[in-house]
Design a protein. Structure first.
Length: 443
């Protein structure tokens, strides 16, 4: 019986799986460079965690959660995002004790019951960071800069949109004025907007219905409601970004789809002529106050974080003309034994390479050189190690660089030493990027 994948889910395999691994690996390395520590949290949480944090006015909580009763009748939800679960974990494990600013990064799947379409899945993957500390514009800017630097690193030209959501009193005033503005238009607006009007009118600004957008464009701008403190903080963040040459567009309609934000909010797009990516955010995030407190954690700390969607990064990366070469998921060596005896030697050498964490492929078969070359190229191997009759007779192997075409005979006794000198000199360049091996240096 043929069983299809669940609607909105998908398999990631072959070169796309390699791209996924590369993109995640680069994100993790970059997060660690900024001082973030890994955290792994459960996929399942109590439903009220998301109700209380992501919020009753968000589409996620009202329409998109995978919620069910377990056998003991508890209401559980598959995480639709990470921030709430991370805050729960921070409180559960008191991770804030003697560890502030607390910097955490994560990768994993999320679940949202959305209408599947390009760049929108029901199970998708996020990678992100959360930073918990007393509010500080430098820390807000750090998180924004990390996401920006990451997109640059993987060869996507980032477009950064930012906005600032005012704190309590100014926000109350803005919400009141928004309500007054939308009230006479409400009959002509979508059902979601009518609901948002009652629960959180700010979320109307996020509505994508074209006829609603025309009305929304005329709504009062949030930027005129910022208090002196808000403005000071916002300007400081912009100054920090300016100091390191990060450009941004200010968008006073950017409110994000989750209720917990206050302060800076931002989204990343990328510069492309491909209209398939128009309006598709690769990632986003912002500052939030009160989430820890809401979960009975300390009140003196706020948070700021971002998440990227892996699937969107993969398709952006695959469609972009990027020079990013990945982090080395391609095999360094592909073994090509041309006889039984050659296979024994190939086995010994491949074992040595495997034990030393050098990416090497040996398929325990004897084929023609032509056929090995075809397979090695298909796997995008950087070098092939040929062990033919001639090689065995003379006690050497031939290492051919498949990129440059240059080949060299390496005496078996010298093999370990030469492989290591090659790897040491060529494995990483000054930026830590893994390079193709130039085996000429070994001889
Ligand atoms: P979000 O904007 O809801 O923010 O999601 C972040 C990213 O996840 C999006 O920009 C998008 O790339 C990806 N994404 C969201 N939904 C889907 C989907 N259905 N299919 C594919 N990709 C999707 C958050 O989740 C916040 N927790 C971000 C954050 C972290 N704020 C503070 N800290």
């Amino acid at each position: 019986m043929k069983i299809n994948p669940v609607k909105g889910t998908h398999d990631i395999y072959s070169s796309t799986a390699n791209d996924a691994l590369d993109l995640e690996y680069t994100f993790n390395v970059m997060a660690m460079a900024y001082g973030y520590e890994p955290i792994v949290i459960p996929t399942l949480e109590h439903t009220n965690l998301f109700q209380r944090s992501v919020g009753e006015s968000s589409d996620i909580v009202t329409k998109e959660m995978y919620t069910f009763l377990d056998k003991a009748g508890r209401s559980l939800t598959l995480r639709p995002e990470f921030t709430a679960g991370i805050m729960r974990a921070v409180v559960t494990n008191k991770l804030y004790v003697d560890n502030i600013p607390l910097r955490l990064f994560y990768n994993g799947s999320c679940f949202r019951y959305e209408r599947p379409q390009a760049g929108r899945y029901r199970e998708f993957h996020q990678m992100g960071v959360e930073l918990i500390a007393p509010t500080n514009p430098g820390l807000d800017a750090e998180v924004i800069a990390l996401g920006f630097a990451y997109l640059k690193e993987i060869g996507l030209n980032p477009i950064l949109k930012i906005n600032y959501l005012p704190a309590k009193d100014s926000r109350e005033k803005y919400l009141k004025d928004l309500k007054a503005f939308f009230e006479p238009n409400l009959d002509n607006m979508c059902e979601d907007c009518k609901r948002r009007y009652e629960i959180n009118p700010l979320r109307i600004l996020d509505c994508k219905v074209p006829s609603d957008r025309e009305i929304i464009e005329k709504a009062p701008s949030i930027s005129t409601y910022l208090s002196d403190d808000d403005l000071k903080h916002y300007n400081e963040i912009k100054r920090f970004l300016g100091n390191i040459g990060i450009s941004y567009e200010e968008d006073d309609r950017l409110v994000r789809g989750l209720d917990y934000y206050s302060g800076i909010v931002f989204e990343y797009y990328f510069d492309t002529d491909n209209s398939d990516f128009a309006g598709i955010a690769l990632g986003g995030g912002g500052h939030y106050d009160g989430l820890l407190q809401e979960l009975d954690g300390p009140s003196e700390y706020s948070g700021v974080g971002l998440s990227f969607g892996l699937e969107r990064l993969i398709s952006a990366y695959q469609n972009a003309d990027t020079e990013y070469k990945g982090t080395g998921m391609r095999p360094i060596f592909y073994m090509a034994p041309l006889s039984e005896e050659g296979l024994d030697l190939a086995h010994t050498l491949a074992t040595f390479l495997h034990e030393n964490s050098v990416h090497t492929i040996l398929n325990y078969e004897i084929k023609s050189l032509k056929s090995f070359l075809k397979s090695a190229n298909k796997k995008q191997a950087r070098n092939i190690i040929i062990i033919g009759e001639d090689e065995l007779k003379k006690g050497f192997v031939t290492i051919k660089n498949l990129e440059s075409g240059v080949q060299h005979e390496v005496a078996i006794d010298d093999f370990p030493e030469i492989v290591f000198s090659i790897l040491k000199e060529n494995y990483e360049d000054d930026d830590g990027e893994i390079q193709s091996l130039d085996i000429t240096k070994g001889n």
